[in-house]
Design a protein around this ligand. Structure first.
Ligand SMILES: [Zn+2]
Length: 383
């Protein structure tokens, strides 16, 4: 970055000194123009190559934005070169350059944050309780339920996460081909993105809630989406590979496989068919109910000047009530940060009872309460 600044300064000084010699100034202008054009041609190429190399779509977005701003710098330089040596334009040029530089620093930090937090960082798999295992990444979760007749896998992460999930299943001593049923928390890129790849690798049958089926079958876009989501899907940023849906289910459906029986509770709002899975487990003769919440996150509406309509409000309120009435012992969710997995894993390392840190009714109720507050705040704001 500093180099670009210095170059810019040198070029400006050079130009100033040569003001009297119009021919040399003219040739410099041509040089600058050529240089800028080269940059403008090369940057889209770099963007395409690097985006193809990036596995995580979230990182791809930031990468494209960063490179787009670099391309912007080339353009600024181009404009500056054309517009004489006047102090005014020099200041404007430098001002725009500083803005882009700050933007790049900001995006780099954001990029780092996304990759640290992201769904692409591997997490060692572990047993949560009974026959329920964690096979997801550090942030985006996936759960494996095992039985002697085959396994059930909940959520496929991002498209690029599928391989990590398969590896985690193998580390636990199981085979992806023994996964007979695939389930989903909700039809967003970070949870449904890997379903297609996992389906191909396992041959498992996919069950999707009726209300999310449209989103899954279209790779993420649908009538009940807010404009922002549909826009992101439309430009390819949030679109995911489409898996084949074998079965559609309604609220309260029980999915069974050998000794496994879990119940689907439709908790709409985040997506219309967002599903919370209630999973009864046996741990040391004790019965525990694990509940993995689909998501209660509010998708931003203001970008497209939309409002959270009455239907959406009713959906969320229904979900708060359903979740509050579930006798949850073990608190889980589609994102590890919902149930503070990082902290719980630390406690697990030092605890004799490996299940105890995950038994967290208090955290479960707090998550619902916080989401309720968030919605209330957003509704007050939109009035
Ligand atoms: Zn989501």
């Amino acid at each position: 970055m500093t180099k670009i600044f210095i170059n810019f300064e040198i070029q400006s000084t050079l130009k100033k000194n040569s003001m009297n010699t119009s021919s040399s100034s003219h040739s410099k202008k041509i040089k600058l123009r050529k240089w800028t054009l080269k940059g403008a041609l090369i940057s889209p190429l770099i963007i395409i190559i690097l985006s193809l190399l990036m596995a995580d779509p979230a990182m791809r977005i930031v990468l494209v934005l960063t490179l787009a701003s670099i391309a912007g710098m080339f353009t600024t330089r181009f404009i500056y070169a054309i517009k004489t040596n006047s102090k005014f334009w020099r200041r404007i040029g430098l001002g725009i350059l500083s803005f882009f530089s700050l933007l790049i620093v900001f995006l780099a930090i954001k990029w780092k944050h996304i990759s640290d937090k992201g769904g692409q960082i591997r997490q060692e798999p572990f047993c949560i309780a009974g026959n329920l295992y964690y096979v997801g990444t550090k942030e985006v979760t996936s759960f494996l339920l095992t039985s002697s007749e085959g396994h059930i896998l909940i959520d496929g992460g991002y498209p690029g996460t599928a391989d990590m999930i398969i590896k985690n299943i193998e580390i636990l001593g199981h085979k992806i081909t023994d996964v007979k049923i695939l389930l989903n928390s909700h039809a967003h890129l970070d949870h449904a993105g890997g379903l297609s790849a996992l389906q191909k690798a396992s041959g498992a049958e996919l069950w999707i809630s009726e209300a999310d089926a449209e989103l899954i079958a279209s790779g993420g876009s649908g009538k009940r989406n807010l404009g922002l989501m549909n826009f992101l899907v439309y430009i390819g940023m949030a679109k995911f590979p489409i898996p084949h849906i074998h079965h559609k289910f309604k609220d309260g459906t029980k999915i069974t496989l050998d000794s496994i029986e879990l119940t689907a509770h439709i908790t709409p709002g985040h997506t219309p068919g967002c599903t919370t899975w209630a999973i009864p487990l046996k741990e040391n003769g004790q019965e525990l109910l694990a509940v993995s919440i689909g998501s209660l996150t509010l998708i931003p509406s203001s970008l497209f000047g939309e409002k959270y309509d009455e239907q959406l409000q009713n959906e969320f309120n229904h979900s708060f009530e359903v979740l509050r009435n579930l006798p949850a012992d073990i608190f889980l969710g589609s994102h590890a940060s919902f149930f503070n997995m990082k902290e719980k894993l630390k406690q697990r390392d030092t605890s004799l009872n490996k299940v105890a840190p995950f038994v967290d009714k208090e955290g479960y109720l707090k998550y619902i309460k916080d989401a309720e507050k968030e919605l209330k705040k957003a509704l007050e704001k939109q009035q």
